[in-house]
Design a protein around this ligand. Structure first.
Ligand SMILES: [Zn+2]
Ligand SMILES: [Zn+2]
Length: 221
């Protein structure tokens, strides 16, 4: 049953996405979790103690700030500030204890939303590799998919779960990223060539750079 629950969003993403299907799954879950941190999690003691202790990364605090619950956000930032003030409560006495204080602060700088996303995403990578081996229609979708660089790495990492099909899985994954990197390279070349005086009049493709960034870095600009 767990496998079934996991495979549904994967089928959906691989059937409907132009871009990276795993980025689509990630974005979907992320949106839901950011929403929870602006709604039901605001007053939940467990969630609050986690966010007080490690906070939010720049990307996720920007998403929360762009959301509709400034009061909820302020309450979380208030108790986060209080907790950190308690931890940084006296001046370090020497260089060594300054290093310790620095390390202690770093230990408390993370992101509850990134953490909440990490575990389910790992399960998706494993499930995808297992689906490649077990679902007869999946390898074709997998071959056609445009996995971004980050998710290509995650899928390499999960290769063991492709079991008996591991060789084909790795060969398809590699062919896919090769195809998309080559396309990116030639699209960026074509874009740059538009600025060459000999090609005056050729209009650059406005979507080419966002597409390249989508493959190489992020699909959220
Ligand atoms: Zn991706
Ligand atoms: Zn984060």
């Amino acid at each position: 049953m767990q496998y079934q629950i996991q495979t549904l969003p994967i089928w959906d993403a691989y059937k409907t996405q132009d871009g990276c299907p795993l980025c689509a799954i990630f974005n979907d879950r992320e949106k839901r979790i950011v929403g929870q941190y602006l709604a039901e999690n605001v007053m939940d003691p467990d969630f609050r103690s986690a966010s007080n202790s490690i906070g939010f990364c720049p990307d996720h605090i920007r998403q929360m700030y762009a959301g509709q619950n400034k009061l909820g956000l302020a309450l979380q930032l208030e108790t986060r500030a209080a907790q950190m003030a308690k931890l940084i409560n006296k001046a370090p006495v020497d260089k060594k204890s300054a290093k310790k204080t620095a390390a202690m602060i770093e230990d408390h700088r993370g992101c509850v939303i990134c953490n909440a996303l990490a575990e389910p995403m790992e399960r998706y990578y494993m499930t995808i590799a297992a689906m490649y081996a077990n679902e007869s229609e999946f390898p074709e979708l997998f071959r056609e998919a445009h996995h971004c660089l980050k998710h290509t790495a995650k899928l390499y990492d999960a290769a063991a779960y492709a079991g008996k099909s591991v060789k084909e899985y790795l060969s398809d994954l590699t062919a896919g990223i090769q195809r998309d990197l080559k396309r990116t390279e030639s699209e960026m070349r074509a874009f740059a060539d538009c600025f060459d005086f000999r090609n005056s009049g050729t209009k650059p493709d406005a979507q080419a750079i966002p597409r390249a960034i989508g493959v190489l870095i992020t699909d959220k600009l």
